[in-house]
Design a protein around this ligand. Structure first.
Ligand code: ZN
Ligand code: ZN
Length: 176
């Protein structure tokens, strides 16, 4: 159903959906994930070995311009990498862990409220909204706390160059 509306929307714009374009659109829509160009290229190649990178780039550009796909940088966690995700999902915020790169999606009524407030305040018509939050996930908070603790207990080990890999690791596990 969602697929029909996407294709319909493309047809209205006079965009022809070739088989390869369709493969890419389906991958983005169905996985519902945040995929980078390499991931998309690899997945698409499994379905059609003849697909090439240029087609992937061109199709993404087209889908983005058509408002069918959203391009994200996810707090630049992966450097200059961009990620693509379907616009069929309800608006959500991306919660990115800057340590492990885990991405959570927050769907919540406050986002719709914020959108309304901004529109009312500026008399603005919002077409696209992107909310990104960066920080540390629960797991990484625990790991970081442990790391900081280790550094505190061994202030010298930070300045010293690693003499022997095994020794350094033992010292890490068992502070003297
Ligand atoms: Zn994390
Ligand atoms: Zn998302």
């Amino acid at each position: 159903m969602a697929q029909d509306s996407t294709e319909g929307s493309l047809k209205e714009r006079g965009v022809r959906l070739t088989r390869q374009r369709q493969i890419l659109l389906e991958l983005i829509d169905r996985t519902g994930a945040h995929l980078d160009v390499d991931q998309l290229y690899r997945m698409a190649k499994e379905r059609d070995p003849k697909i090439n990178r240029v087609t992937v780039y061109r199709t993404l550009k087209m889908l983005k311009a058509g408002g069918l796909v959203d391009e994200l940088d996810l707090m630049h966690y992966g450097g200059d990498q961009h990620y693509y995700e379907t616009r069929l999902k309800q608006e959500h915020a991306h919660v990115v862990c800057l340590r492990c790169g885990r991405v959570e999606e927050f769907f919540g009524e406050p986002l719709q409220r914020l959108r309304k407030q901004i529109e009312n305040h500026f008399g603005f018509q919002i077409l696209v909204a992107r909310t990104e939050v960066g920080g540390y996930c629960a797991h990484c908070q625990t790991l970081r706390a442990r790391e900081i603790e280790t550094v505190r207990q061994e202030p010298r080990s930070v300045a010293k160059p690693p003499a022997g890999g095994t020794r350094a690791r033992r010292a890490h596990a068992r502070p003297e």
